[in-house]
Design a protein around this ligand. Structure first.
Ligand SMILES: Cc1ncc(COP(=O)(O)O)c(C=O)c1O
Length: 372
């Protein structure tokens, strides 16, 4: 966000900035969703809904899973105010003061804040570039203590773009179940899977996990603030009570708009955009590699690339500052996503056009000799 506001200040001063720092789609929300939102507002659908979300929307989400071969009853689906409120509510539901929860490092930075609000303690699992940022359930065995209560992962992940395969998901689910802990899987980038990569939802592996999802990324609705969780049936009543007390209701017009997000027309738009992200991932990663950047893990989904900049001999924050100040290229330092080797990495988002990616790469080509 600091980088983004600095970049905006440069733009106000008339500079053309190439944005590789933005964590949201550059496409506007698809037209069928916008029209449905306007219709909802005009029809006065502006009152509280039930805390669980509109029955019709829960049903549509259930149908969405059914279309990918997963039988998830709508009674396990709860609409939230973005993945963020799902993460907040699940943290409140599952964890208490002093509980330890495992998070990947690097990983989505706000997760620590959701845990902090309930006094739970994040335990970082250091992901190593030499192991392509992977990890095994065995690694958890050595870290798990009597205070450990769960693990929170994402697939595809931010900032790595890593997808967890079905076998690993199964191993983790079995391990956590054996320990009596909770497994939360953030699937907010579901649908943004790159060409030739396979993907498995955690729901294909077990019903005994907590899924975070959102309309923000694949559905391109960041500002509408709408997401959902899928939880085991046994937790449904408690989750409802928490949602009623802490949220009252997710955004009503956004929910009516989101009903149109699953229409055939809108799904075609989302799928086409996902293909664009896949092409851009290829273009940007190949371009960066040609310029000599190391990318330990080629992204499998989402819209990020995690790139090694250690050879420039400066911490990633300084690297980002110089790229922005001197070349008007905005990227995010690895230190936003954890501490493990974070000063050696930056995150590039490919939420910008191919024309901008080409321009960014040609600016980088000029920058490299001056940065070394
Ligand atoms: C992994 C991950 N989870 C959750 C969120 C928050 O998403 P939302 O906009 O749905 O609150 C983000 C946002 O970038 C994210 O990257």
């Amino acid at each position: 966000m600091d980088i983004l506001s600095k970049a905006k200040a440069l733009e106000s001063a008339g500079k053309k900035v190439i944005h590789f720092e933005v964590g949201e789609s550059d496409f506007n929300t698809a037209e069928p969703i916008v029209s449905a939102g306007i219709r909802a507002l005009k029809e006065g659908k502006t009152k509280y809904t039930s805390a669980e979300g509109l029955p019709a929307l829960r049903n549509q989400i259930s149908q969405y899973y059914s279309n990918i071969g997963l039988d998830i009853p709508e009674t396990r689906i709860f609409v939230t105010s973005g993945a963020s409120s799902g993460l907040m509510l699940l943290s409140a539901l599952l964890f208490n003061r002093g509980d330890e929860v495992f998070l990947p490092d690097p990983g989505y930075p706000c997760n620590e804040a959701f845990l902090a609000q309930v006094g739970a303690k994040p335990i970082r699992i250091q992901l190593k570039a030499s192991e392509q940022f992977g990890f095994s359930a065995n690694a958890l065995e050595t870290l798990w203590s009597s205070c450990s209560k769960g693990i929170l992962l994402a697939s595809p992940s931010n900032p790595l773009g890593a997808v967890l395969d079905e076998m690993l998901l199964q191993e983790i689910a079995q391990f956590v179940e054996r320990k009596g802990g909770f497994f939360i899987l953030d699937e907010i980038y579901q649908g943004l899977i790159h060409e030739n990569e396979s993907y498995s939802s955690g729901l294909a592996v077990t019903d005994d996990l907590f899924i975070i999802n959102s309309f923000s990324k694949f559905f391109g609705m960041t500002g509408w603030r709408l997401g959902w969780v899928v939880i085991p049936s046994s937790a449904a009543e408690l989750f409802s009570r928490l949602a009623q007390n802490l949220i009252i209701s997710p955004n009503a017009p956004a929910q009516y708009a989101a009903l149109a997000a699953f229409s055939k027309e809108a799904m075609m738009i989302h799928a086409e955009r996902a293909e664009f992200f896949s092409h851009r991932a290829k273009k940007l990663s190949l371009g960066l590699k040609e310029l000599g950047f190391e990318i330990p893990l080629m992204p499998q989904g989402g819209f990020y690339l995690y790139v090694d900049v250690s050879k420039f001999g400066m911490p990633s924050e300084e690297f980002c500052r110089r790229l922005l100040d001197d070349f008007h290229i905005a990227v995010t330092p690895g230190t936003d996503f954890g501490t493990h080797e974070a000063s050696s990495y930056v995150r590039f988002s490919y939420t910008t056009s191919e024309v901008n990616i080409d321009e960014g790469l040609s600016r980088l080509a000029k920058a490299i000799p001056l940065l070394c």
